[in-house]
Design a protein around this ligand. Sequence first.
Ligand code: URP
Ligand code: ZN
Ligand code: ZN
Ligand code: ZN
Length: 478
Amino acid sequence: MTTTLITGGTVVSATGRGKADVLIDDETIVAVLQPGSELLGTDVAASVDRVIDATGKYVIPGGIDAHTHMQLPFGGTSASDTFETGTRAAAWGGTTTIIDFAVQTYGGDVFEGLGKWHDLAAGNCAIDYGFHQIIGGIDEASLAAMPKLIDEGISSFKLFMAYPGVFYSDDAQILRAMQVSRDTGLLTMMHAENGPAIDVLAAQLVEQGKTDPFYHGIARAWQMEEEATHRAIMLANLTGAPLYVVHVSAKQAVKQLAWARDKGQNVFGETCPQYLYLSLEEQLGAKSDEWGAFEGAKWVCSTPIRSREDGHQDYMWQALRTNDLQMVSTDHCPFCMKDQKELGLGDFRKIPNGIGSVEHRMDLMYQGVVTGKLTLERWVELTSTTPARMFGLYGRKGVIQPGADGDVVIYDPNGHTSIGVNNTHHMNMDHSAWEGYEIDGHVDTVLSRGKVIVDGGQYLGSKGDGRYLKRGLSQYLT
Ligand code: URP
Ligand code: ZN
Ligand code: ZN
Ligand code: ZN
């Protein structure tokens, strides 16, 4: 049993900030002490055995990345981060909880898919982890299994309107799954892109010899995202299912979400750092000496990064301010260039989809504070508090208060972080999608359930520190 006192810092929550000391007894926060409060006299305070000086720094609840894909099989290969490497990289970047996606596909058993994900993660994680369930094959058996997920601590499932032949669900299937969502309170998560239409456009581009990664972004046009988002909203409206749209990248899709929310529908949206920073022109269209026009493969993900000319990136930042979008996850799904992204040389359709960002989300979003787009409180809300509430973890995670897990990050606003330079990141990738990004701010110390796992540029945790989190139903629905 270790008792830790974090002194002198500014504690930031979703609703305010102030100087306070944080007392953690073993794994749990036991007190948040305002200046002048009588610390001595409590039994725990008398036996503090570690004091961390956070003077001049922010003390925030550990980040929660509610959208990761460790080891996801995709396009004939698997995401390059294991639960071990990916969660350790997350810890380096101030994220102390991930929610990953267990996978069920056509003809597969939901609980077998879930069991496989438990096997991959158990004993390997640096930080706590939960699961959503991908339902990639809706049939009588999977529909019957879905309500039982709640007992397993899984309160959300993801459907795909994209990727025909892989994870895709048609409207009839979506309708039936949403009826289960309505009846049980399970939150429907949606990959909203019109997959069948995209596949036609992509095939036509390849036939015309337009095979570079850039055309991935052309085939996956914003109309395909707006249309699917609208369709998902209407099916949710009809059934009464709560809906959370993942990785929103088109401003037109945000407008659909705002429209539905203004009508009072339980509809929410997440965006990701790549849609706030990166663009079709600069990244998907990039050319290097090493890779030529195939350089853009590093940034092939779905939904795609979009044109800066159309202003999608600025619109996403604005939507985070107005709460038209509620939170930021990474959709961390890394693939190396060598042997993985390379599968799509000569045909962008074969490039495995995904970007690795789990290590950088807290830093990248803090730049919103630095540039005056977000308040400190909104930063914490978007990256920790709302993810906790949205996915049934709040109270235990997402907040610094007595009774919560001792998941705390000490963030130095005067520090500096150079991302990805010479592969100094900790994700299992042979490149960085964020090479050269310079961050004002630095993750100094990370505590996971009271244990210091990152400090002074060193990783101090061990494989297996992280535990499976049984989640409750969403605490965000009206
Ligand atoms: O490109 C992406 N997003 N890969 C991961 C799978 C998904 O659709 O989230
Ligand atoms: Zn998706
Ligand atoms: Zn994803
Ligand atoms: Zn520092």
